[in-house]
Design a protein around this ligand. Structure first.
Ligand code: DGL
Length: 260
């Protein structure tokens, strides 16, 4: 089998990276994707950074070394913050992308940007986010909002309803008097609860996520390495989940096919 025929591995702590996978499949329908969600060890966002790094590196090296993945997307902000630098050192030739909060488009979207960045506590504590915040804080008011507990709603398939809205109010209400112009979804799980976030924030606040940018970057790197499949190849998506719970696989398929 030619290397070009090998799969692209997409990794997240659970269901969240499916929001990024969707854009990748839209851009590269000819590729074969393996999506792995580590729901057994989720949430990553409240774990110490060393644990997140080890879990991420262990899983991704499995896909690179045992499954011969030709490219990798770390479709998790938390895992990217903790491990992407080490992974790049381990696999310098591999097309590999991570995700980071889409602060740039949010800042550039208006004259007086006031941006709430929703993400896991771990993402917001790491150097990657602190550097981004530093770059843009001259141009914008940036309010980091750690959201422990939010990814669990997505992992349980609770994408709407009173319980979710009550949770969102409990964390977002103190910020709603800040005349926000934008909200950045800095965790790949959150696009699945975007409607509820928009409802709580109100219609005047624009919501940003980085999925499309990440998918474009992955496509660009695969092409640059000469590893893109021919366009007449019919691609596929295989879902794997570490929890061993069949309902998780069902939910992954559902999230992949849904319009949320
Ligand atoms: N989807 C992950 C992210 O983008 C985080 C969820 C978790 O806490 O495991 O940060």
């Amino acid at each position: 089998m030619a290397y070009i025929d090998n799969p692209v591995a997409v990794f997240d702590s659970g269901m969240g990276g499916i929001s990024v996978l969707k854009e990748m499949v839209r851009l590269m329908p000819e590729e074969d994707f393996i999506y792995f969600g580590d729901s057994a060890n989720a949430p990553y966002g409240v774990r110490p950074v060393e644990e997140v790094r080890k879990l991420t590196i262990d899983h991704i090296s499995y896909f690179v070394e045992k499954k011969s993945a030709k490219a990798v997307a770390v479709a998790c902000n938390t895992a990217t913050s903790a491990a992407v630098r080490d992974l790049r050192e381990m696999y310098p030739e591999l097309p590999l992308v991570g995700v980071e909060p889409a602060i740039k488009p949010a800042v550039n979207s208006c004259d007086n940007p006031r941006i709430l960045v929703m993400a896991t506590p771990r993402t917001l504590a790491e150097e990657k986010f602190l550097n981004l915040e530093h770059i843009y804080e001259q141009k914008a008011a940036i309010f980091p909002l750690p959201c422990p507990g939010l990814m669990e709603f997505v992992e349980e398939g609770k994408l709407e309803g009173e319980e979710l809205e009550n949770y969102l109010h409990s964390i977002m209400d103190p910020w709603l008097s800040e005349e926000l112009t934008g909200i950045v979804l800095g965790c790949t799980h959150y696009p699945f609860v975007k409607k509820a976030i928009q409802k709580v924030a109100g219609p005047g606040v624009e919501i940003f996520d980085g999925s499309l940018g990440t998918a474009r970057e992955l496509a660009r790197r695969i092409r640059a390495a000469g590893l893109n499949q021919s366009e007449d190849h019919k691609g596929s998506v295989t879902f794997l989940n570490s929890s061993g719970d069949p309902s998780k696989l069902k939910l992954m398929e559902y999230l992949f096919r849904s319009n949320v």
